[in-house]
Design a protein around this ligand. Structure first.
Ligand code: UD1
Ligand code: UDP
Length: 370
């Protein structure tokens, strides 16, 4: 019997790890599966945990309103120490590139516990963008013993850094979560929740939260959205606003008065998936949304200067457009008016996975550990 400890703290990590946790739990005679949440996020994390009926064994409760990276890192790291000493895991599993990911891996290393890194090998090549994620994931690659790369490109990135031992290409577990959810929502009715949608409008779905966009870039993004909404009466922009105060403040002050812009609270995952499916196009800086939207055949305009998810761009379903007001406005207008351009991007392709990543990962870990 081997003890596996999952450590995570934010919405996207939960989404991408729950399919794997469920898969491990199928082997209760071989694995003792424990879940530790840092609670780097609160509401946004519990939305996911509740939808997927996941009950954590340990909750470190480190979220404070608008805390700094210093607070997050130091408070979290110290609290993980106690959990490791109690659980004494044979393997710690972390996902992605958040501060919780980094401190989970670092804490395991301090106790000489092997680490598996899910979604390994993503690189933008820019130290400060995304910030602090690019460095978090590079540091975790140095620590990890097992690297689960979602795509061939991610695998190559690791090889280029001479990380060539125990690297496996398995797809992204977010597609497992997406397929599970699409199946669950087939018989769910969201009409009442979304009664504010205009039936005859083109829906533009927006998300944004990246730290490198705080300040001026966020204002530019909001000004673009405002101009798009003002110039297109047949368009409705729906923006579930991330709870980070650096996001909420500019977004509400610039956009809250415009009649065809709906600013709403973060949606739980099934609602968000339903809305992605309903949308005409998606504007985002989110990593996960870039991975999900191509599976749904929705064009994605990526409001960032660089992205580590270039597979969607190569497949032609996503376009990297930056954060300038004028460029965002022009790119959206182009997709609203130019049907050929729109159709070229609206392909349902799946460069990030086939929905079976978790099963592949568990199979590999079984072979390595048991
Ligand atoms: C974090 C991750 C980022 C990831 C993103 C996913 C870091 C440094 N950042 O960014 O990599 O892409 O999550 O969403 O690891 N807040 C709430 N309730 C919540 C969540 C957040 O009130 O449920 C507010 C709090 O004021 C919190 C702030 O948002 O202090 C920022 O949260 P934090 O986790 O530091 O950063 P994110 O911007 O969410
Ligand atoms: N998401 C959600 N509700 C929302 C907005 C996003 O469930 O209101 C999901 C989305 O489908 C994706 C994930 O949250 O799977 C992305 O989270 P986020 O953008 O916060 O983080 P990132 O992927 O950029 O790390």
């Amino acid at each position: 019997m081997k003890t596996i400890l999952f450590i995570f703290g934010t919405r996207p990590e939960a989404l991408k790890l729950i399919p794997l946790i469920n898969e491990f739990k199928k082997y209760g005679n071989k694995f003792n599966t424990k879940v530790c949440i840092t609670s780097q996020h609160q509401e946004m994390l519990w939305q996911v945990l509740q939808f997927f009926d996941t009950e954590p064994d340990y909750n470190l409760n480190i979220m404070l309103p608008n805390q700094t990276l210093f607070d997050l890192t130091s408070n979290g790291l110290k609290k993980i120490e106690n959990v490791l000493n109690e659980v004494k895991p044979d393997l710690v599993i972390v996902q992605g590139d958040t501060t919780s990911t980094f401190i989970g891996a670092l804490a395991a290393f301090y106790n000489k516990i092997p680490v598996a890194h899910i979604e390994a090998g993503l690189r933008s090549g820019n130290k400060y963008s995304p910030f602090p994620e690019e460095i978090n994931r590079k540091l975790v690659s140095q620590i990890a013993d097992f690297h689960f790369a979602p795509t061939y490109l991610a695998y190559e990135n690791l090889l280029n850094e001479k990380i060539d031992n125990n690297v496996f290409i398995v797809g992204n577990t977010v597609i497992d979560a997406l397929f599970m959810t699409l199946d669950k929502i087939k018989n769910m009715n969201f009409e009442e929740k979304f009664s504010f949608l205009y039936s005859d409008s083109k829906l533009i779905l927006v998300t944004g939260h990246r730290r490198e966009s705080f300040g001026e870039p966020f204002k530019n993004i909001c000004n673009a959205l405002l101009k798009i909404a003002k110039d297109n009466n047949d368009v409705q922009i729906v923006y579930p606003v991330h709870l980070n105060p650096n996001v909420i403040n500019p977004v509400s002050s610039i956009l809250s008065e415009q009649w065809n812009i709906s600013l709403i609270k973060p949606l739980n995952y099934p609602e968000f998936v339903w809305l992605m499916n309903k949308s005409y196009l998606i504007l985002t800086d989110s990593g996960g949304v870039q991975e999900e939207a191509p599976s749904l055949g929705k064009p994605v305009l990526v409001m960032r200067e660089v992205t580590e998810r270039t597979e969607g761009i190569k497949a032609g379903t996503a376009k990297l457009i930056g954060t300038s007001t004028e460029i965002i406005y022009n790119e959206v207008t182009n997709l609203l008016l130019n049907k050929n351009e729109y159709d070229k991007m609206a392909n349902a392709t799946n460069p990030y996975g086939d929905g079976n990543s978790s099963a592949k990962i568990v199979e590999i870990i079984k072979n390595m550990l048991l």
